[in-house]
Design a binder for this molecule. Structure first.
Ligand code: GN1
Ligand code: MG
Length: 355
């Protein structure tokens, strides 16, 4: 049988096995990912890294390799098989590089698929929230002695609120009348919250919040669990770079505490689950707590609100730009994502006193 495009790319890597099947994973908004089953026991994840979004893919991949090596160095007693269930493991190409560039200029990387692992797009138990907290807290703890200067800033100003506002304001200037009108509710909300949503950035710039190595994309679907919902491994290390703890705490809460998916259009289903907030925070502090400053602790709730807001803002900006950044399945997809995040902020704010 003739090889598929994906099979040909897979065979550029030094995996010592043979391709059996490919299946696209549809959850990411930026890269394309495929699970590859092989004739052996081991499956793999083959990923095309979007080079329109990530401008320096070779160095991004180098970041990922460095981070995995650092994490692995923390578990010296584990075998390679045990390690590869806890830490992302990458496979080199036949020429030794950890990426393959195809003839159309696309970049690919290959990692080991963690067998019998599961992801959650919507959380349905406190156990998952708590285990997620432990996992992302441990990631921060284990990388706390990693020298951030070894990492490139993959996307400069990624969670910088002023930068995201400047992109939003540029989008407003050139958006179609129709999209402006349909997005009016969200646009008004953005301006209403503007000042409060810059507080963390000011604390960061003035040096009051510690700069750490952060993951920067801690949505709960980037955590792998076993069949008993025990946390296994943090995935998607594309955006690991220096940041503040609130980025990782907040982005996880944004997805864990939403009672619906990020793009649910029935906003009655979108509410903020306080019990999951508490469970996540408990797990997070168990693995991270000792190292947090009083100021970092104090601002955890604002971290949750700010990260939900920045996603609302980015989805809205992309809608105003006619959907040039995120993958969308239909024309109002980004606007619906933005409305969803604003509904979550509303529900969060109504319950703030219970956190
Ligand atoms: C994007 O592609 P994915 O799902 O890993 C985005 C994140 C957002 C997320 C929203 C590089 O992540 O910042 O939080 O969508 N990644 C990039 O679901 O922009
Ligand atoms: Mg990501």
């Amino acid at each position: 049988m003739e090889q598929t495009r994906i099979e040909k790319i897979f065979n550029q890597f030094n995996h010592n096995t043979s391709f059996k099947t490919e299946k696209e994973l549809i959850s990411g908004h930026i890269n394309d990912s495929y699970v590859i089953e092989t004739q052996g026991e081991q499956s793999f994840v083959l990923q095309r890294i979007n080079h329109n979004v990530f401008k320096d893919v070779p160095r991004l991949i180098n970041n990922k390799i460095l981070v995995s090596a650092h994490l692995k160095s923390k578990f010296k007693d584990l075998s390679e098989a045990e390690l590869s269930r806890k830490v992302l493991s990458f496979v080199a190409c036949n020429d030794g590089a950890y990426f393959y560039r195809d003839e159309t200029g696309n970049y690919w990387n290959l990692s080991v698929f963690v067998s019998d692992s599961f992801t959650h797009d919507v959380v349905d138990s406190e156990t998952v929230a708590y285990e997620g907290g432990k996992l992302f807290g441990a990631f921060l703890n284990l990388t706390s002695d990693f020298n951030p200067e070894r990492l490139i800033e993959v996307i400069p100003d990624f969670h910088d609120m002023s930068f995201r506002f400047s992109q939003f304001e540029a989008a407003l200037k050139q958006a179609s009348e129709k999209r402006m009108e349909r997005a009016k509710f969200c646009i008004d909300k953005v301006f209403e919250l503007k000042e409060e949503m810059h507080i963390l950035q000011h604390l960061k710039t003035s040096g009051q919040l510690k700069l750490r190595v952060t993951h920067n994309d801690t949505k709960i679907s980037n955590a792998l669990f076993d069949k008993n919902d025990k946390g296994l491994c943090v995935i998607d290390t594309d955006t690991v770079m220096p940041g503040i703890i609130h980025y990782d705490f907040g982005d996880a809460i944004r997805t864990i505490c939403n009672t619906a998916a990020e793009d649910e259009t029935n906003l009655d289903l979108v509410t903020f689950n306080v019990a999951y907030y508490k469970a996540y925070k408990k797990g997070f502090l168990e693995t991270m707590g000792e190292t947090l400053s009083p100021l970092e602790l104090k601002y955890l709730p604002l971290g949750a609100k700010t990260m939900t807001f920045i996603m609302a803002l980015r989805f809205l900006t992309d809608y105003l730009n006619n959907d040039i950044y995120y993958k969308t399945a239909y024309s109002e997809h980004n606007l619906n994502r933005s409305k969803n995040q604003f509904k979550l902020i509303q529900s969060f704010s109504e319950q703030l006193e219970h956190l």
